[in-house]
Design a protein around this ligand. Structure first.
Ligand code: ATP
Ligand code: MG
Length: 178
């Protein structure tokens, strides 16, 4: 079984901006090599299904687009569990995400029904709730964060290996946007 997801990896300058943004964040801060924008989480799937997903993803035809990161948010309500960089509304991203989800479902992968909410995880709060005040102040102080627009010219299929020290991601495939 392979734990897999489909994601966009921002360019180096944007990664640098995100690393700067992470300074002073509470919780478990994502290392630079892990920063990404998830399009779909495929779950733990057999190799065969991953190959089918790869074939379907390779068939996607979608244009490249410009993406802007705008502000910092928290997931988890009164017990924040995650700090993220927010993504400015982008119809081309929404359209690509829908195509990726359709491709994965067409390959036989069950995706979560939850509404897609694009974000780049900056840090995870292990003690849910305990860091609430710090996390809220962190996000509020960085509401004016802006990065981009940057060109998205490809997306990738990633393997995730969970370790005690955090996940390790490997890009298995890249798909061009044209
Ligand atoms: P960890 O689980 O150790 O905190 P992680 O969440 O970064 O690390 P994975 O759980 O393998 O690593 O997730 C890979 C990507 O897929 C991440 O962007 C994660 O947010 C996303 N993801 C994981 N589970 C789900 C899920 N159930 N629904 C939607 N996205 C998910
Ligand atoms: Mg996870």
């Amino acid at each position: 079984m392979i734990r897999a997801f489909v994601a966009i990896r921002p360019p180096g300058e944007v990664i640098d901006r995100l690393v700067g943004l992470q300074a002073g964040a509470p919780g478990r801060v994502s290392p630079p090599e892990n920063l990404h924008l998830t399009l779909a989480f495929l779950g733990e799937i057999p190799t065969r299904l991953l190959e089918d997903a790869d074939a379907a993803l390779g068939q996607i035809k979608a244009p490249g687009f410009a993406l802007t990161l705008d502000g910092v948010g928290l997931f988890g309500g009164s017990k924040p569990r995650l700090i993220y960089a927010d993504v400015a509304p982008c119809p081309a991203l929404t359209a690509l995400q829908a195509k990726v989800a359709q491709a994965a479902r067409g390959a036989g992968i069950e995706l979560e029904a939850r509404r897609y909410s694009p974000h780049i995880t900056l840090a995870r709060l292990d003690k849910r709730g305990a860091d609430r005040k710090r996390a809220e102040r962190f996000a509020a102080d960085r509401a004016a964060f802006l990065a981009g627009p940057f060109e998205v010219t490809e997306f990738g299929l990633y393997r995730s290996t969970l370790h005690a020290h955090g996940p390790v991601y490997d890009r298995l495939k890249a798909y061009a946007l044209t």
